[in-house]
Each structure stands twice: as C-alpha cells, then as structure tokens.
Design a protein around this ligand. Structure first.
Ligand SMILES: [Zn+2]
Length: 474
C-alpha cells in the first residue's frame, strides 16, 4: 500500500512532461506511471487534474536570521518565518550562510547556524560557508574537512559593497586570496559562490557621487554599475581559468555579466550564473518611485535592456538559477536608508520566487515546463550538491512536490504573502500560482493553510558531483 498518490496532473520529469500518477511511500517517490494506472491502495489520493506537478523549489541564496549591515543589532527574519513563507510559495529547501567572522573558525560558524536553525524550520535547509576579507591560512586548511562533512559550497565577495564608514567587517577577498581559495575548491570538488563587483570602481563612485552631491538612492546603479560587473566577472573568470575552479556568480544583474558567463561556458568552463526574480521584473527606473529603494537588492537593478537580457538567460539558457537574495526586514527598516551609502539591500521573495517565475516565464514568455523546473529547482540541486535527492520527480528522490494551478489569474494582494509587512509584489499581475506543497511525502500547505510542523525541516548535507565542478552541465 502507498501512502499517497498524486493523480493525473501534468508531471514534469527529466524525460518529459505528461499526465501521470506519482506514487509516494513514506518520504520518497516510488513510482511514476500513466494517469489512473497506479491501482495500488493509498492512504490518500490527491486529484491533480489540470495542475502542474513539479519538484519543490530550491532557494539557493537566502540570508536568514542574518545580521543587518548598518547601525544597531538587527537581524533579518528568522528560519521559522522564512521557511513558512517559502512553503506557501512552493519552495521546500532553503540555503543560507554560515559566516566565518574574524575571530571564529568554521566549526564555530557552523555551530552558530545549527543553533539558529535546529528545531526552528518548517522547510528543509542547508548552509553555505561564507568567508570574509583576508582568509587566514588556518581557515583555508579547515575547508577540506567541512567540504567532506557536507558543506560543499563557499561564498565570498570581491567588494566591500558599501563605503568604508558603513561596512563593518571588511568583506572583500582580494585576488591572491581568491586564487588560494579556488585551488582548494578545485581540489576538493566543491563550489565557489561569488558576489562579484569591482571594489575600486564601486568605492570610486561612492566618493564621486558624494562630491557631486548626488547621493540619492536612485543613483545606486551608477555605483554598482554594469562596467563594474563586467570587469569583476572577467577577473574572477581569469583566476578560475588558472586554477580550474568552478564558479557560481550570485545575483547576475547586467547583460555584460551574463555575456562573460556565456563566453566561459562556451569554452567548457564550469561556470554558472544566478539571477533574482526582482531583477527580472523591475529596472533602475523603479528606483525613482516614492520609496523606490524598496526594490533595491545589491548590486543593483539595471536598465530595461539588462532586464530583458536576464529573462533571455533564464528562458533560453546562459543563466542556471532564479534566486531571491532573501533578506527579509520590516517596511520601516527597508525604507530607513535613503542614500546610496545606507540603503538596505535584499528582498523578501522566498515566497514569490516560484510563482513569479512560473507566471512571467511559463505563462507570459512560453518557457518550457522543464526549463521552469531547471531554474527554480533542479539546477540549484545539481550545483549545490543536492541532486538527485532533491530537484527531480523520480523514483528514489525525496517526495518534495508542488502543485501549480495555471488557471489562477489575479493581482497579488497582501493576503497572499506570509512574511513581513510589505511586498514589492503587491498588485503584481500573475497567471498561475502554487496551490499545494508537499515536503518529503507530507502535505505542508493545502488550501491556503499550513499543515507542516515547526521543526519538521531537516538539515541537508551536500556533495557536488565532480561532473558539475568540471564542466557546465546545467
Ligand atoms: Zn546575498
């Protein structure tokens, strides 16, 4: 006897899309067959007629219970709030960051994250390691054991992001340290996540715009510019060529960044690009609106031409994942910074990512359902070392499954969101939205109600397939 059958939905698999039944036993998918052909008894049968049946979304880039840059000891929303909203939006796995601050080692960074998350998540989760500034050799020496232990991904920044007076701990990793880190990443078949901007250019523009008295927030894209992304991506890619290290560029925002990625991938380099759904749906003109800093996520929104290029990369290839850079704050906090130096970054989009990608990608741009699954789930699973446990509807995989109703047409309202007190997606017109979320065989959200239990989310150890670290596979 099966525990659950999802009957007759349009199921998206790696070998095709069809009206099929999905059989679930315990936490795993055990069978996929023609509609109405699974005749075994089941504890429950869900009629998915007319719905899209896809793997649960995987959010590869989220800052959860993370210290907020700037004055005060504020943090972004904690795991219970973000994981709950994520499940409502069809995301079943969240990845955030264990930060190795100066003065602590990687063990302590991991312990800190474990304390924050254990028992406090509705969704499954894992942590990238984050290294800051000048990486000490003893920290580099510790990396191997943590990669072996399931922390397969490391994030760094090539910029301090903000002016020196605002940054707190220096974040920028210089090219020499980047080289040494890339050697370790390559040797141990891990994955390197890079926030790539040219710090000289960024800091120069902060000073220049201050001197010109043009520090209003809507000039942010002049600081975090297309040229800075272009120059920095190409430097990072050069070091990747020297070391053979794979690179995953977080939040690609400019057409030049995308072009650099595509050129490297054409040469067979293991290079992957992520963009954000707010970068795909808004541009730097939106900064000019009243409180238009609400749209801001570092580096910055760019031009309409960039926005179209990013969609092209998501729909037709070149970019591998749609993420959020989740960084959930209150409205008051989000609009408190009003200059290029103090705007609060990040985006409370963990809940909207899957639905917006479906609506804008599949419904409005004709993206294939398989490509939709790739950019919202499968590719993140492959690149971050969760595949095929996660990211695919196949026998043996975790039964993380979402149902999307493609017939829903509406404007999003505050009642559609389950986190914080504002959303940049309020009033956004959508076509198709997730209506049911299943996590490891258990219904987590149904009919707008949360069924999951706090603490039900599991920590995930990860290992990057050497094929993913050696050439661009997705
Ligand atoms: Zn981020």
């Amino acid at each position: 006897m099966l525990d659950l059958i999802i009957r007759g939905g349009q199921v998206v698999t790696t070998w095709g899309v069809g009206d099929w039944d999905v059989g679930i036993q315990g936490e795993k998918i055990v069978s996929i067959a023609a509609a109405n052909s699974i005749t075994e008894e089941a504890g429950r049968i869900i009629d998915a007629t007319g719905k899209i049946v896809a793997p649960g979304g995987i959010e590869p880039h989220a800052h959860i219970a993370a210290p907020i840059m700037g004055p005060g000891n504020n943090t972004t929303a904690p795991p219970d709030q973000v994981s709950r909203a994520a499940l409502f939006g069809g995301t079943t796995t969240l990845l955030d960051f264990a930060i190795q601050w100066p003065g602590i080692d990687i063990n302590q960074a991991v312990q800190e994250r474990t304390n924050v998350w254990r028992g406090n998540s509705y969704a499954d989760y894992s942590h990238h390691l984050m290294l800051l500034g000048e990486i000490p050799s003893e920290i580099l020496g510790q990396l191997h054991e943590h990669i072996e232990d399931g922390f397969a991904t490391v994030k760094i920044f090539t910029t301090n992001i903000r002016p020196p007076s605002m940054t707190g701990e220096p974040r920028m990793v210089g090219m020499g340290h980047l080289h040494d880190l890339m050697e370790q990443i390559q040797r141990h078949s891990a994955m390197l996540l890079v926030h790539s901007e040219d710090d000289d250019m960024v800091q120069h523009m902060y000073r220049k715009l201050a001197a010109e008295e043009r520090t209003e927030w809507w000039n942010m894209h002049l600081v975090h510019s297309n040229e800075s992304e272009d120059v920095s991506f190409r430097r990072v890619l050069k070091v990747s060529e020297w070391t053979g290290s794979p690179v995953y560029f977080v939040h690609v925002s400019a057409m030049q960044g995308l072009a650099a990625i595509q050129e490297s991938r054409a040469k067979g380099m293991p290079v992957y690009g992520e963009t954000l759904h707010n970068y795909c749906c808004f541009n730097a003109d939106n900064y000019k609106e009243e409180n238009g800093m609400k749209y801001h996520t570092y580096p910055s929104l760019k031009s309409e031409e960039d926005r179209q290029a990013l969609w092209n990369g998501i729909v037709n290839g070149g970019l591998s994942t749609m993420a959020t850079d989740e960084y959930c704050t209150s409205w008051e906090m989000k609009i408190s910074g009003r200059t290029i130096s103090d705007v609060t970054g990040g985006h409370n989009g963990a809940e909207t990512r899957v639905g917006i990608t479906f609506s804008e990608g599949v419904s409005k741009r004709g993206m294939s359902l398989q490509r939709f699954v790739d950019v919202t789930s499968a590719n993140a699973a492959k690149i971050m070392g969760l595949y095929p446990r996660k990211g695919v509807i196949a026998p043996g995989s975790d039964a993380d499954i979402i149902l999307i109703d493609p017939s829903i047409k509406k404007r999003l309202a505050m009642g559609d969101f389950h986190i914080t007190d504002y959303s940049i997606w309020e009033d956004f017109e959508i076509e198709g939205w997730p209506v049911m979320t299943i996590l490891r065989g258990a219904v987590a959200v149904e009919d707008g109600e949360l069924k999951a239990t706090l603490g039900g989310g599991q920590f995930l150890r990860r290992k990057v397939d050497p094929a993913v670290a050696n050439k661009p596979v997705c």
